[in-house]
Design a protein around this ligand. Sequence first.
Ligand SMILES: Cc1cc2nc3c(=O)[nH]c(=O)nc-3n(C[C@H](O)[C@H](O)[C@H](O)COP(=O)(O)OP(=O)(O)OC[C@H]3O[C@@H](n4cnc5c(N)ncnc54)[C@H](O)[C@@H]3O)c2cc1C
Length: 490
Amino acid sequence: MKKKVFIIGSGFSSLSAACYLSKSGYDVHVFEKNDMLGGRASQFKAEGFTFDMGPSWYWMPDVFERFFNDFGKSAKDFYKMKKLNPAYRVIFDKNNQIQIGDNIDNISDQFEKIEKGSGKKLKIFLKESKENYELAVTNMLYKMPGRSILELINSQTILKVNLFFSNIKKDIEKRFKDSRLRSVLQFPVLFLGAKPSKTPAFYNFMNYADFGLGTWQPKNGFYDVVMAMISIAKENGVSFNNNAEVDKIEIKNKKVKGIHVNGEFKECDIIISGADYHHTESLIDVKFRQYSESYWNNRTWSPSSLLFYIGLNKKLNNLNHHNLFFDTDFDKHADEIYTSPKWPTDPLFYLNITSKTYEHTAPKGHENCFILIPISTNLKDSEALREKYFKIVLDRIKKVTGNEIKKNIVYKRSFCVSDFKETYNSFGGNAYGLANTLMQTALLRPKLQSKKVKKLYFSGQLTVPGPGVPPAIVSGKLVSDMIINNERAF
Ligand SMILES: Cc1cc2nc3c(=O)[nH]c(=O)nc-3n(C[C@H](O)[C@H](O)[C@H](O)COP(=O)(O)OP(=O)(O)OC[C@H]3O[C@@H](n4cnc5c(N)ncnc54)[C@H](O)[C@@H]3O)c2cc1C
């Protein structure tokens, strides 16, 4: 008889695990607390606008492609995509902006215009960054379930050991003088959830992901990827249960027995939870938990976010699909996120306009906007605070780009710390899990397999490899491989 696997949550790691395990002959059932599948990558439609709720930067297309190839498919079998050119715009002030092109030659030329000699230096930096990408992503990522230090050590990484003990900020400041170029090059590590000064220099492979592999956009947004993965899972017999919040994991003789969901007990052989790790451990008795409250409180969390989904009844000028407003002091904002957590004084923010690339995401003549302000986790949020920051952001957009939008808002929804907690059971309202600092890399991250309960597994952005959609997809594969190997051994 097929072994029955229950998966808690339907984020990318859960969908990935569901696909791999069902293909390997397991009887897989997914339980998602919300109405919509996809976890933090949910989508909603309102007043003719289609909004992605979470991820919007489609980076590392090779990781997506490798996933689809494992099922005899390609991303293009499911969705259309465009490579963005410009990939994004970085705004320092009204007359001081950089638009990042879609290839290294073009970007080097732009660098050269800003700082003499930096074009050549960029090419050297990206050559190293590409080597690290090939080492880390293409070779190691899929072989690192985070069990032992030995996973990190091989003939190539040993030569790069210094890059684990230096940080990105130092590495970039050594090579480039212009503060704008430094900011642009430090931006990609923000996806890893920590400050550049706390992120090992080895992670500069994100710069190759950015400039070398480019920024892509699926035609109907990130939800195209969710739909594609659901379709593969269904083809392999996975059942999906939405509005199904698991409220207890039953354990007998130190082994999982089943789950309690919507007032019913359901029995199974194996459980994977792709829900936030801390929340999953709250579903089991204290004696079976692996990590204490102080462990979780002392982690470096990725930021939470204040988000606004906005529909406008006019087109915006002087803006691209992705726009980074780096017109204030980044270090101060970073300190207010990580060092002395509080609502930011003068935050950097990100403005996404999907209708600049795909007009059908908004009604004709309208614009589909999404604003993200990174903030510390665990902040108390209120309607008044959200409004205060909304006004700050609108004023800055007007001042720096000349676009007045206050009177053109035909749809608006906000999402913040309390929504992250309530909607996803997120610890402290984190947006994308645990940061990839040196002390939270590989085997130092929460484990994929419980040491205290047999057949209980974890996946997702709090585990290995870390935050972001591509790592979440890899995490689903790593946990599936682990289960398949463990079950073979029995
Ligand atoms: C605003 C935002 C912007 C982002 N931008 C990007 C980006 O541009 N590019 C990128 O690559 N990544 C981005 N990310 C990160 C990326 O979205 C995540 O890393 C990834 O989607 C996480 O997937 P996951 O599998 O870990 O789980 P999640 O997506 O967190 O899914 C966990 C699921 O478990 C469910 N759940 C919780 N408790 C229970 C329960 N008791 N019973 C049943 N279900 C439960 C939750 O409802 C949720 O659906 C962004 C994230 C956010 C929030």
